[in-house]
Every structure is written in structure tokens, then in C-alpha cells.
Design a protein around this ligand. Structure first.
Ligand code: DCP
Ligand code: MG
Length: 388
């Protein structure tokens, strides 16, 4: 038994954006259980509970080694009674009975299956479940009206529920790069989201596109989308304008409407041909360097020669680029914590477009992520350490 004086107390700042959280997680058993309960809360539209579990999990992810006893948790922030009960259960019994029973529950399983359809959120899934629809077969037999996104989501269900590898993200990067420079030479594209944080797999691939000359990015998205469509890369796309611009273009300020499309949710068709076309990076082996190539699929076995991949494109004017980059790199909790820090600790409003100082009543400019952290009075945390 460790005596009280010997207990090493972990010290963790309370906002996730004040911490360095790499992909190395020493407490995965604990954080997996908390993440499952967070997900269940989010799917049940209990956002507050979801955030509480996410924050608790994030604190455990930031610890330098596995937690072995409850006493080690003393003084740590963000660990509420409920999360502590879950942790205690796992430390004492090897598993969380609440997480296990949630995972087995018909409602959770149905919510997972239904929200696994692209275009289906918690609200829709809940409505369907109340109508007795618990699975894909039942959904198809129900005659429910599905929107275009949901139809595509159902059609490509298996592919879209298969993690996207970094290798496939790289292949798609090359394709998007080709599209962007073809339609507007000088335009620039950056990989954002989880892959920018160094993750080796993800649920989609996210890109931010801009042009170094302010205003040249206007009208870029429809052109990029047309190029991709003409090359047969898109199975689905929906391009939307941004609410930020809509609010600026009030009644008195007619916008260049059609051109202000900023976001595209798409489903890519990634072919074996494209996968092989892209040079694979050389991988180190014991013997030195070796080039790895994708194996040729056998055309006679009948399996399809492409997969569907969710791809999100965002276009930003260069003046907002640093804010968009920071806002779209994630993780989602890291973003939420940045905004909470800005509001509660600095009386500022942070978005993916700008940083506003409510006290001075001015927008604070920035051309890099580093400058935004500095404005916020935070130590710079690189993308690979935003894996909260
Ligand atoms: N984002 C956000 N709030 C949202 C949606 C997105 O802050 N409602 C930001 C943070 C995310 C980034 O955009 O990191 C990309 O969103 P994803 O859902 O693609 O998240 P990730 O890329 O981090 O994870 P995954 O690997 O599942 O794609
Ligand atoms: Mg992503």
C-alpha cells in the first residue's frame, strides 16, 4: 500500500488547450469507456453530459502514465462524480458496468448503426428508433423519405464506416491538389482535421484551400467541384455558403452570392488506379529503404476496384486563413476548449474566421496559428499535441 506522502500527484491545467496531448495515451481503457459514455450522451442529445465525459477523458489522456489508484486523481481538474465512478469501477473490476451495459443496449446499437449513415444525425436517428426502425434493413423497408445525402450514405454505408488510412488521405491530397492548381494556379491547399494532427486513420479527409491574394479565392469552390466532377471523382457533393458571410452580406450588402460557396461535403470515389498512380513514400526497414506498393486487386474475384471516402473541403480568404487552419485542425474538444478559454479567461470571441476582443471592441489580426495563441495568452500547442 502506498502511503499518502508517497502518492505522486499529477498536475494538469484545467483547459485542454493549455495542455500537450499527443496520440500516445497511457489510459486508453479508461478513456475508451468515458468516450463511449460521451458518445452515448451526444447521440441522446445530452450535450452537457457529453462534454463532461469528454473533458474527463481528455485529462486522463494528458497523464504521463497509467492511473493505478483513485488517490492519484486527487486534485485533477474536470473529473466529476460520474466520471470518477466510472474510473473507480474500471480500476476495481477491470471494466465499467455502465459502459458495458450501454454498449449492449438496443438503443445505443441502433443509434450507432443509424447515425453511421452519412447525413443522419442524432435527431433523425431518435425519431426513426421511436418509429421502430433499429437497423438498415428496417429503414429500407420502412419507406422513409431520405434526402440526397442520406441516400448516398446508405448506398456507400460499408465504405464510409471503414476508417480512411493516411495512405489513402495522401492519395486524395494529390487529387485535390491537382484540382486546385488546375482551376486556379497559385491557390494553396492544406490537409486539416485529424490527419494534420498526425492521426494514422480518420473518418474523413479534410482540406483547407486559399489563395495568397485576398479575393482570388472567391468562386473557387464551384470550380474545384466541377473539375473533380468532370474527372469522375465525386459520388456525392453538397456545397454550402458560410453563415459568417451570410451575416455580413445583410440586406444592405448584396453579396456576390453564387460565388460565396465555402464548404463542400463530398463523397470521393477513390480508385485502385489512383492509389497506384500516387508514389508511395519509402518506408524504412531493417535493411534500409524499400518502396512499398499497393497490391494489384484481382479483377476476377469480383470485388470492386474503388472505395468511397468522405472528403470535406473548406475555402477561406487568406485574411482568415490562420483562424480557419486553427479552427479546422481540431480535435473537436481542443476547439471547444480554445473558444471557452477565449470567452471565459480573455473576454474574446474566437471562431474559424476571426478573433474579436470584446473589451477593446476590435478584431485581432493573425497570419499564423502562433499569433492566435499569443493573442489568447496561451503557449503554442502544435497540431500533433492537440489530440485531446
Ligand atoms: N470541427 C469542429 N466542430 C465541428 C466540426 C468540425 O470544431 N462541428 C473541426 C474540428 C475537427 C475538424 O473540424 O477536428 C474536422 O472535423 P472532423 O469531424 O473531420 O474531425 P477529425 O478530422 O478531427 O476526426 P476524424 O478523424 O474522425 O475525421
Ligand atoms: Mg476529419
Amino acid at each position: 500500500q502506498t502511503s499518502e506522502a508517497e502518492v505522486v500527484v499529477f498536475s494538469v491545467p484545467s483547459y485542454a488547450c493549455q495542455r500537450r496531448t499527443t496520440l500516445e495515451n497511457h489510459n486508453a481503457v479508461l478513456t475508451d469507456a468515458l468516450a463511449l459514455l460521451a458518445e452515448n450522451a451526444e447521440l441522446s442529445e445530452e450535450e452537457g453530459r457529453g462534454v463532461a465525459f469528454r473533458r474527463a477523458a481528455a485529462v486522463l489522456k494528458a497523464l504521463p502514465r497509467p492511473v493505478t489508484s483513485m488517490t492519484e486523481l486527487r486534485g485533477l481538474p474536470c473529473l466529476g462524480d460520474h466520471s470518477l465512478r466510472v474510473i473507480k469501477d474500471i480500476l476495481e473490476n477491470g471494466a465499467s458496468s455502465e459502459a458495458e451495459s450501454t454498449k449492449q443496449s438496443e438503443r445505443y446499437k441502433a443509434l450507432k448503426v443509424l447515425t453511421g449513415i452519412f447525413g443522419v444525425g442524432a435527431k433523425t436517428a431518435d425519431r426513426w428508433i421511436r418509429e421502430g426502425i433499429l437497423g438498415l434493413q428496417q429503414l429500407q423497408e420502412s419507406g422513409q423519405t431520405l434526402n440526397r445525402a442520406q441516400q448516398a450514405g446508405l448506398e456507400h454505408y460499408d465504405d464510409l464506416n471503414q476508417p480512411v488510412t493516411k495512405a489513402d488521405a495522401d492519395v486524395i491530397s494529390e487529387i485535390v491538389e491537382r484540382a486546385v492548381v488546375s482551376v486556379l494556379p497559385g491557390a494553396q491547399m492544406t490537409l486539416i482535421g485529424g490527419f494534420r494532427r498526425g492521426k494514422l486513420s480518420g473518418h474523413d479527409v479534410d482540406f483547407l484551400i486559399t489563395h495568397p491574394e485576398e479575393g482570388r479565392e472567391v468562386g473557387l469552390m464551384p470550380k474545384v467541384v466541377s473539375w473533380l466532377e468532370s474527372q469522375g471523382f465525386l459520388l456525392y457533393q453538397k456545397t454550402t455558403r458560410n453563415s459568417y458571410l451570410e451575416s455580413k452580406d445583410g440586406p444592405g450588402r448584396p453579396s456576390s452570392n453564387m460565388d460565396r460557396f465555402e464548404r463542400c461535403f463530398s463523397i470521393f470515389k477513390l480508385t485502385e488506379k489512383e492509389r497506384r498512380r500516387t508514389k508511395h513514400p519509402e518506408t524504412a526497414t531493417e535493411n534500409g529503404l524499400r518502396t512499398v506498393s499497393t497490391p494489384e486487386p484481382d479483377p476476377h474475384t469480383g470485388h470492386k476496384l474503388w472505395r468511397a471516402v468522405r472528403v470535406d473541403l473548406v475555402v477561406s480568404p487568406i485574411s482568415q486563413f490562420a483562424f480557419a487552419l486553427l479552427g479546422w485542425t481540431g480535435s473537436k474538444l481542443f476547439e471547444r476548449e480554445l473558444r471557452r478559454w477565449a470567452g471565459h479567461e480573455r473576454n474574446m470571441s474566437l471562431s474559424s474566421h476571426a478573433l474579436y476582443d470584446n473589451k477593446q471592441r476590435i478584431y485581432l489580426r493573425a497570419t499564423s496559428e502562433e499569433e492566435i495563441f499569443a493573442h489568447l495568452g496561451l503557449e503554442f500547442i502544435p497540431p500533433s499535441e492537440r489530440n485531446t
